[in-house]
Structure formats: structure tokens, C-alpha cells
Design a protein around this ligand. Structure first.
Ligand code: SAH
Ligand code: F3S
Length: 477
């Protein structure tokens, strides 16, 4: 039997949850870097290892096994992990019995190189091989190095009940697809996470119901490309054409999946990430509009406002097609917030292309944004075929221009909310003050307000009185 024990509450009200299973004697310290998918995968890993005698610990120094779930998306992400490994190394010098494992995208990208380059690393496991962890850990405990970086056609971990780590007890992730078939030329993900496959909708709905029964109030359906979700009995998305007529006729797409979840847990808030413009169907938008419990927020990365650059990136749409999608979002879900991911300084990006990005941002007026300077990733098509020719100073200048514009737009949206009353799900303490709550609106805007009798997980109405570009400030009514 599993029991989750809350051992510490930090300033944000984020309870750090450790797993304690009867009979478990070994200690696992697990950390995640990068995307939400990695956070979710670490919860699957903790669950698999709990069957192998491991409880989790928040203290590195206490660990028998240290696992770091890694990110390869930009060079800087990999540098951060390398630094973290140095820290583990220092602890290992004091406790030589401690074993160190690398999981996730860097494990998949670097494979055996990790064991050669980082002497302290004992274990290397790619994103599709976590089920093999019990065997691999046994090998490591016997004094050998162990590695499994095989990518799978079927693995979705659909039957693994994740152990919720670092949870506030209010929001949880549910992974619905794995891998990505899009092959954007700048992106390392298709190489590190393999081909796209979807998880059985039944297991997704059951996980959502289970979370609701445990008191969770919000779920985020996760995938690299959720709109591409397609269940036809299992297997790779690219093999759908080969499926039987019955499998095709009864297939479940993302709009249908969301509807199933929305109906099965009618009071839970549903979010999803990430959407890809070319795969987002109007059905998805209509489903969002139809169900109150689906949050009115879409993270819709575009990467560039220039059709010429979009083509070089192998994004499957033009600037105009993206604008049309945005028009549809605004028409079908008038109160929907939209956010972007943007890359500046991609190969061959001219000043004119950059101006196209700025003008697209003006057109959409995104509520939020995540903006990056292009970082060449080994093995990608861009690294092989295109020249990383925009100088770093130019990348930095363009990046600060789009960040400034985004801030202006974020402020514009926040200011529009002042004077209005919004529904807020309380997630925990405000970062700055124990006497204030922090929560979010359906549009994902952060709201901070003075505490009263309410508690974490409550849905409350807040009158917005003031704002910054990132936060709404108000009073509960
Ligand atoms: N579909 C994925 C995208 C993962 S990568 C998802 O679930 O979010 C997240 C963002 O990182 C991308 O949208 C892109 O804006 C950025 N990114 C990816 N590769 C990059 C690179 N080589 N250099 C800079 N930014 C990159
Ligand atoms: Fe990467 Fe493009 Fe897929 S950004 S994760 S290849 S949609």
C-alpha cells in the first residue's frame, strides 16, 4: 500500500511529497529539468522504483540512488545539468555507495558518451526505457554501469500510476501522448523522445477520475503535440493508415478525448499543452467552448512570424494560416487566452523576418510568451543543412525586442481585467507573502489576494483591483 506523506511546506505552499511504502528501505532522490513532460515522467519513475524498494527523499545527501531527468532542448539546458552532476559528484565523494543515474533527453542524445564523459554516472536511461529501471538498478547495485536508450513504438506507461511529486495537491499532470513526428528542423525532441504514440483514453479518464477522488482540482493533459492525439488501439501515429476499418472508425482524437475527460470529471479544471498550429482542429476549439471545465487558454507556439523562416523550420503552416487559426480561436472562444513560444535568430533570419515576428505579435497580442534565442542542436536537420549565421549580439537584441513587446501585451491583457471579478482556483501561498493566496483564472492569469477563511484547492471569486504585467491583485468577494 502506498502512502504519501507531506514532510515540508515551502513558501509557495508547495508541499514536497515523499513516497513512503511499507517495507521500502532505500532512498531515491529524483530531480527534473526541462518541460512538464519530464516532471510527469519522474512521477512515473518514482512509481516504478517504489516497487523496487525505493522511497523518495528530498535530501541529496541521504540518497542511495540519485536520478536526474534531463533536458536537451537548448545548449544552456545541458550545461545546467552538467553543473548539477558536479554537485552530485562532490556528494558521492563523501558517500561512495551512492549511485547516479541520468534519465530523459540528454541520456537519449548522448547515450554511452555519458558513461565515458561523466565518471560519476552509473546509469543512463532514455525516456522509453523506464520500465527497465528495476533491472538496470540491480545491475548498478552489483557494481556495473547500466544503460538502456531504446526508443519504443508502443510505450505510453498507460498502466503506471504516477507518484505525485512536488505537488500542491491541487494540480497534476496526465501524459497522453509520447514522442513527436513533426521534425521541426531546430528541435531535438523527435530524436530524444522518438516517434509519436497515444495512450489509451480509458486509462487517461481513469487517471483523471482517480485524481479527482484524491482531491485534485486541476489536470493538465500533456504531450509534445496534444492535438495530434489519436488512439486506434495502440501503436505509432504514423501507422494509423495501416489500421483496420473498425479501428479507424472507432478512433479517438484529441477533441473527443477532451470531451470524454470533461464529461467524466465535470468539476475538475482541464488544461492541456502543447498545441501545434497545423494539428489544432476546429473541433478542439468547439469542444473547449462547449465545456466550462476546459480552461480557456491555449499555448500555441508559432516560433516565427515569417513564412520564409517557418518553412525553413519545417513548421507545416504559413503566417497567414496561423493568423486564420488565431481568428478562429477568438471567434469560437472569445475569452480565450493565447500564449506563444518564439525563437529569434534562426538560420538566415533577416531583419525583415524579425519585423514579421513583431508584427505577428502585434496582430495576436499574446497573453503570455516563452521566448528563446536559437541554439543549434547537434543531429537536427538545421545543424546538418543550415548555417547558424545570426550573430549572438543580434540574437540578443532581437530577443529583448520581442520580450519587451510581449511584456507590453501581457500588461495590456492584465489591465483589461482590473475592475472585473474573476474565478480563481487557489494553488498556494503567494511567493511574496504568507498572508496572501496565489491562484489562477481559467485564462491562466496569476491572481494574488489577501487570505481569509478559504483554503488551498478552493474556487473563489476575486475582484481585481490592480495588476502588473504578470499578476492580478485583488480581494475575495
Ligand atoms: N512541442 C513541444 C515543444 C518543446 S520545445 C512542447 O510540448 O512544448 C519548447 C520550445 O523550445 C519550442 O516551442 C521552441 O520555442 C523552443 N526550442 C526548441 N528547440 C530550440 C532550439 N534549438 N533553440 C531555441 N529554442 C528552441
Ligand atoms: Fe519539437 Fe516541433 Fe515536435 S518544436 S517537439 S519537433 S512540434
Amino acid at each position: 500500500m502506498l502512502s504519501e506523506k507531506i514532510i515540508e511546506e515551502d513558501k509557495q505552499g508547495q508541499a514536497i511529497v515523499t513516497l513512503n511504502k511499507e517495507g521500502n528501505t532505500k532512498k531515491l532522490f529524483i530531480e527534473s529539468y526541462g518541460c512538464q513532460m519530464n516532471m510527469s515522467d519522474s512521477e512515473i519513475v518514482a512509481s516504478i522504483l517504489s516497487e523496487e524498494g525505493f522511497d523518495t527523499t528530498p535530501n541529496l545527501e541521504d540518497a542511495d540512488l540519485v536520478l536526474v531527468n534531463t533536458c536537451s532542448i537548448r545548449e544552456k539546458a545541458e550545461q545546467t545539468i552538467r553543473k548539477r552532476l558536479q554537485k552530485y559528484n562532490r556528494v558521492k565523494r563523501i558517500n561512495p555507495a551512492m549511485k547516479i543515474g541520468v534519465l530523459g533527453c540528454m541520456a537519449e542524445r548522448l547515450k554511452t558518451k555519458f558513461l565515458e564523459e561523466e565518471k560519476a554516472v552509473d546509469l543512463v536511461v532514455g525516456p522509453d526505457a523506464y520500465r527497465d529501471l528495476p533491472n538496470l538498478v540491480r545491475e548498478v547495485e552489483a557494481g556495473k554501469d547500466a544503460i538502456n536508450v531504446i526508443l519504443s513504438k508502443e510505450e505510453t506507461y498507460g498502466d503506471v500510476t504516477p507518484v505525485r511529486l512536488n505537488t500542491n495537491g491541487v494540480s497534476a499532470f496526465i501524459s497522453i501522448t509520447r514522442g513527436c513526428d513533426n521534425m521541426c528542423t531546430f528541435c531535438v525532441v523527435p530524436f530524444t523522445r522518438g516517434r509519436e504514440r497515444s495512450r489509451d483514453p480509458k486509462s487517461i479518464v481513469e487517471e483523471a477520475q482517480d485524481l479527482w477522488n484524491k482531491g485534485y482540482k486541476e489536470i493538465t493533459l500533456l504531450g509534445q503535440n496534444v492535438d495530434s492525439y489519436l488512439w486506434y488501439g495502440g501503436g505509432l501515429k504514423k501507422d494509423f493508415d495501416k489500421a483496420s476499418d473498425i479501428a479507424k472508425a472507432t478512433a479517438v482524437d484529441f477533441a473527443k478525448l477532451m470531451e470524454m475527460v470533461a464529461l467524466a470529471v465535470p468539476k475538475i479544471r482541464i488544461r492541456f499543452a502543447t498545441s501545434n498550429p497545423q494539428d489544432m482542429s476546429l473541433d478542439v476549439l468547439h469542444t473547449m467552448a462547449k465545456y466550462d471545465n476546459i480552461c480557456k487558454y491555449i499555448h500555441l507556439p508559432v516560433q516565427s512570424g515569417s513564412t520564409r523562416i517557418l518553412e525553413k523550420m519545417n513548421r507545416q503552416h504559413t503566417r497567414e494560416e496561423y493568423m486564420e487559426l488565431i481568428d478562429n480561436v477568438k471567434k469560437i472562444i472569445p475569452n480565450c487566452a493565447i500564449s506563444q513560444d518564439m525563437i529569434v535568430g534562426f538560420c538566415g533570419e533577416t531583419e525583415e523576418d524579425h519585423q514579421d515576428t513583431l508584427s505577428l505579435m502585434e496582430y495576436v497580442k499574446y497573453d503570455f510568451g516563452f521566448m528563446f534565442a536559437y541554439s543549434e542542436r547537434p543531429g537536427t536537420l538545421a545543424a546538418k543543412k543550415l548555417e547558424d549565421d545570426v550573430p549572438m549580439e543580434v540574437k540578443k537584441r532581437r530577443l529583448s525586442e520581442i520580450i519587451n513587446l510581449q511584456q507590453k501585451h501581457s500588461l495590456y491583457h492584465m489591465e483589461k481585467m482590473v475592475g472585473k471579478t474573476v474565478e480563481v482556483l487557489i494553488e498556494g501561498n503567494s511567493k511574496k507573502s504568507d498572508t496572501h493566496w496565489m491562484g489562477r483564472t481559467t485564462q491562466n492569469a496569476v491572481v494574488v489576494f489577501p487570505k481569509g477563511e478559504e483554503k488551498i484547492g478552493d474556487m473563489v471569486m476575486v475582484k481585481v483591483e490592480d495588476c502588473t504585467s504578470a499578476t492580478l491583485l485583488g480581494t475575495k468577494i
